[in-house]
Design a protein. Structure first.
Length: 194
């Protein structure tokens, strides 16, 4: 924004901290990508550096609150980045079936745009509990039990790669799963796109 509060004239004053700049026009400052109308750090799925051509576009402060990480308000995810969070004090709104295992622990939901034939590799990690990650499309909540895309899931020790069956939004669920559906805690999640 233009700040004219000083006696020496006006200067440009803005906070480009990721998540603080709205990009309603789809443009972000250099080094940031526009995801769900918010500028965030990351790499676009096609390999372009995020925000590489957007150094001089209008940016307005974002006054929205962080995503609730639910089906109705998922966190946006940029390919080839890692997010961190916690499932502590979260509900278990998603109960999916992955290869006969019902994933019914505390969960956090992220959304990523997928393209037919692309591959997503999910890699969750937690030192606090046996974390899992899987994809569903569309995002449905309990008592519905959607089948996981690719009918499998990733664990802390075993990443899972999914070949996407359609061009649509996919919902990546970080879950406590079995055998400890009541366990929860801090996690990290990496999604690689091929």
């Amino acid at each position: 924004m233009l700040d004219c509060g000083g006696l020496a004239g006006c200067w440009f004053n803005a906070d480009y901290t990721p998540g603080k700049v709205a990009c309603r026009d789809g443009q972000c400052p250099s080094g940031l990508a526009c995801i769900a109308e918010v500028c965030v750090i990351g790499t676009l799925a096609d390999g372009m550096t995020a925000g590489s051509d957007a150094a001089s576009h209008d940016a307005r402060p974002d006054t929205s609150t962080p995503a609730e990480l639910t089906c109705s308000d998922p966190g946006a995810f940029i390919a080839d980045t890692t997010v961190t969070g916690s499932t502590a004090a979260r509900s278990n709104t998603v109960s999916a079936s992955c290869n006969g295992t019902v994933m019914n622990g505390h969960d956090a939901v992220y959304k990523i745009a997928g393209t037919l034939g692309h591959q997503l590799t999910l890699t969750p990690h937690s030192a606090a509990y046996p974390v899992t990650a899987y994809a569903i499309a569309p995002c449905t909540v309990a008592p519905a039990t959607p089948t996981c895309v690719g009918n499998g899931y990733a664990t802390d020790t075993t990443p899972f790669t999914i070949t996407l069956p359609a061009t649509t939004d996919y919902y990546i669920i970080v879950d406590g799963g079995n055998p400890s559906p009541t366990a929860s805690g801090a996690y990290s999640l990496t999604i690689a796109v091929n």
